[in-house]
Design a protein around this ligand. Sequence first.
Ligand code: ATP
Length: 294
Amino acid sequence: MPDAGEPVVVETAPAKLNLDLLVTARRADGHHDLDSLVVFCELADRLELRPAESFSLVLEGPTAAGIPAGPDNLVLRAARLLAETVGVAGGAAIRLVKEIPVAAGLGGGSADAAAALRGLRRLWGLAIDDERLRELGLGLGADLPVCLYGRPARMRGIGERLDPVRGLPDLPLLLVNPGRPLPTGPVFRGLTGPFRAADRPPLRAGPSLVQLAVWLAESRNDLEPPARRLEPEIGRVLEDLAALSGCLVARMSGSGATCFGLFGDRGELQTAALLLRRKHPDWWIRPTVARGGP
Ligand code: ATP
């Protein structure tokens, strides 16, 4: 029996990182088709869920101040959607500890909503399968399906088409955000096209870290130009990341403004973090590792 104060279900909500992101089409409904290699970081939010008669949410953690505490929080929206879909009458007392910066291109809200769906499925003992959960999640946001999957994947369409990417190495990454939120909508609206099918070669199976870096260097994030127009500091972040010793690739994630530097090993990564923090004490700078896998 758990103690009264013990969490019953704990879920981590890892930050999502787009190693590249090609915008391949604009649909008639205004949505965009993407082709993106997505990985998940050790940097994560944490959700604790306990059974309760109604839903409640307590927010904690260093980045909690930037998000809604009420019904608009994606955690509560996901919880209500699941309860309505499966016909659960009860609720849950949820505690969310935020570590992921908000409106930063790291999919924090989607990661939290995905963790809520996974956690409630466990808490309520639901028989709903992964595919149905992903369909449900897509209604809340394009990044939900990949965040539910939670492992390296090639994401296509508006986010509904996922192919597992196996055999990636663990990736030492330096995440850097210049400290200003950048909403996703205006970045997409700044895209001018023309859009075309992804033109990068396929990634070889089981690449080494250096092989992956060489492949990535040939690719890009198509949201970088419109994001840089809205937040010119992104250009400075990318320049300073690329200049750090051992940085193999520097790029923006998602719709920004967080950028990453990929490093060859964790020692170089820690040194780079120290140097950059000394130069930019006002930036959010976080070394992390994105998990590869079998
Ligand atoms: P994406 O990469 O999916 O565009 P992002 O990392 O740029 O996402 P989020 O951190 O997910 O952005 O925040 C997007 C918006 O969602 C913000 O305006 C925020 O207030 C709102 N939001 C609602 N619930 C949450 C939550 N649990 N965590 C973060 N943001 C939330």
